[in-house]
Design a protein around this ligand. Structure first.
Ligand code: ADP
Length: 469
């Protein structure tokens, strides 16, 4: 899973935020409910203490304390209802205390007397030895003409605690479940919303200089993604126009330069060969001729590139054997190599059927061999191999020439790039040979790469899909 993807980050934030809000809400709900229930119980107990005071103690002078005690027991039945009731005089002596409740949850005799308080009504919570909590509300009864009494009314907090624990358990289980469901749902929604982005990315990956007329898919959703794909499509249109203009310019310029250069070349050739002219003039015509020939080569290469840019290599495809093509090319070029005292070994025996533009693929072999010859000193050796490996035809041209420095290696396939002017000037190069190779390979879905060590040699490798049927 890509942790830096928009969907992952969006869902993580959203799930984290939701979980935080849920935990906060549940905590507020739990604490609020607890406060409400305990308060409610306390108020109902306070009411009871007031009832005892206002209905029984207020008449204690007439009825006597024993009647108050027995009536309290009859009315409230504290033992049956698991309640605690105690009435004490101001000096702390007992008037009445309820008995042990039926469930035996506490022993009233063990409950300490309230410390004296100046307040009329107050309450406290008492932790019992069995773990339960007793909530006791108390009332200081003062009435003119009657003695003072302290009335206490208590009941266990256990039912409230049980209910709160149950709620806590439900929240603790339900909350993660809710967060998981919401997260998965959110993830699916985000993925769905981002599907057009995936489609746009895939389509954008497919667009190269050869199919700049293609456009990205536009989903008619009226949202930001529709606007984005429309904007990108307008940008591709502008790029396409600029690219077409520059291609047209190079094509027109190189085409229009060919004829005057041919004429110039012819004129200079006749000057250089004209015996009527003096020797110095002929020499100068000869060196001018060299420059014109060099210029002619560059114009030819530019013209080739412009035709390749126009998709020429993608036409006139035939099925042929790369091994056989390589062998004939080696034969044709061995004369050039021999002139420099360089040997070419050809290791191509197994057939390697491929499909493509034969003329242009031959140019790949020619350019690689030509470079190997150019950049290998006299008595050097060139080794050409053709193999069929893993569904690919591999063409390798290796030499033991001057090599290419590591910092130059990534740039050698760029147009007009020459490793260093000094060594290329001798060989009248323009830095276009390998860009032509690259362009032809790209048009054939082939890969080309180079490995080289300065002073040891270079090896160029072309990988072309095999065509077996
Ligand atoms: P050029 O026409 O100048 O040879 P290329 O595009 O064919 O241009 O090659 C680019 C550069 O890569 C050249 O300037 C050259 O220095 C270097 N190069 C290409 N092939 C070889 C080779 N076999 N050995 C050493 N250097 C090479």
């Amino acid at each position: 899973m890509n942790t830096r993807s928009i969907s992952f980050r969006l869902v993580t934030w959203y799930a984290g935020l939701l979980a935080g809000i849920f935990v906060l809400l549940c905590a507020v709900l739990y604490l609020d409910l607890r406060h409400f229930l305990v308060n409610d119980l306390r108020q109902s107990q306070s009411r009871r203490t007031r009832q005892i005071a206002n209905t029984l103690l207020v008449h204690v002078k007439q009825t006597g304390e024993a009647t108050v005690a027995s009536q309290t027991k009859d009315w409230y039945e504290p033992e049956v209802n698991d309640r605690f009731i105690r009435i004490t005089r101001a000096d702390g002596t007992l008037v009445y205390v309820s008995g042990t409740p039926k469930d035996g949850s506490f022993d009233p005799a063990e409950i300490p007397v309230f410390p004296p308080s100046s307040e009329t009504e107050f309450s406290r919570q008492l932790k019992l030895s069995g773990g339960s909590t007793l909530l006791i509300a108390a009332l200081n009864f003062k009435s003119s003409g009657n003695p003072d009494y302290l009335v206490e009314f208590g009941s266990l907090l256990d039912p409230v605690e049980t209910m709160l624990n149950h709620l806590f358990l439900q929240l603790a289980l339900g909350l993660p479940l809710a967060v998981i469901i919401i997260t998965v749902g959110g993830y699916l929604l985000v993925r769905r919303a981002l599907t057009p982005v995936e489609q746009i990315t895939r389509a954008a990956e497919r667009i190269t200089q050869f199919n700049l007329s293609e456009r990205l898919p536009v989903a008619n959703t009226g949202d930001e993604l529709e606007r984005l794909s429309l904007s990108l499509n307008r940008m591709i249109t502008r790029l396409d126009d600029a690219f077409q203009n520059s291609k047209r310019f190079v094509a027109d310029a190189s085409h229009d330069l060919r004829t005057p250069l041919t004429i110039l070349r012819g004129e200079l050739e006749s000057f250089a060969a004209d015996a009527r002219l003096d020797a110095e003039l002929r020499d100068r015509a000869g060196s001018m001729l060299e420059e014109v020939v060099h210029l002619g080569k560059i114009v030819e290469q530019l013209f080739t590139l412009s035709r390749l840019d126009a998709g020429e290599a993608q036409t006139e495809w035939t099925r042929f054997d790369l091994t056989e093509l390589a062998k004939t090319t080696v034969e044709q070029m061995s004369l050039l190599a021999e002139d420099k005292g360089i040997s070419i070994a050809c290791d191509a025996s197994e057939p390697a059927p491929v499909k493509g533009n034969r003329v242009r693929l031959k140019q790949v072999v020619v350019n690689l061999l030509d470079n190997a010859i150019k950049y290998t000193p006299t008595k050097g050796a060139i080794h050409l191999r053709v193999l069929a490996v893993n569904g690919h035809a591999v063409l390798e041209v290796a030499d033991n020439g001057i090599g290419i420095p590591p910092d130059a290696l990534p740039h050698i396939f760029e147009r007009f790039y020459r490793v260093d002017q000094a060594r290329s000037a001798e060989s009248e190069s323009a830095g276009l040979g390998l860009s032509i190779v690259k362009s032809i390979c790209t048009a054939h879905g082939a890969e080309v790469d180079a490995q080289s060590t300065v002073g040891t040699g270079s090896c160029f490798r072309v990988r072309l899909p095999l065509n077996k049927n």
